[in-house]
Write a protein that binds this ligand. Sequence first.
Ligand code: FE2
Ligand code: FE2
Length: 148
Amino acid sequence: MAVIVWSDEFLIGHADLDQDHRALIAGINAIGLALDEARPNAEVIAEIDRWLAAFTIHIQAEEHMLQFLTLPPGRSHRVQHSKGHAEFVHRVQALRRAVADGTVAPGDMEQIGTFMTLLELIRADFEMLGHLRREGVLRPDGSLAVPA
Ligand SMILES: [Fe+2]
Ligand SMILES: [Fe+2]
């Protein structure tokens, strides 16, 4: 069973980031499937590593844009958002260790799914786009108004 069923409610309104999010959700489902099918640990870990590599690129893109926020609400958002990314990486690394140790608990994948949808997408990224547009880092058409 899929950990997260994609819904257009997850779209935040930025084409590149939305595409990343779709792929990241597919990656979480691939990890969940590998666990459900009790595939060898090395294969599950390979799925996790693929996901971590993709997420690292994704958050670098977000954090690049966040660095151009200069107003106090934007700066405070940047701190919280970056903390959220670090916490998410930490959780997925904990899952990776649990897979290696054979101690994955029921509910671990649901927690990862919740983190992805409720915290990363719905809270942090929606809010981020608002700050980026308000401060002119992103143009109304979604293109970047600062150096890439
Ligand atoms: Fe994101
Ligand atoms: Fe984010």
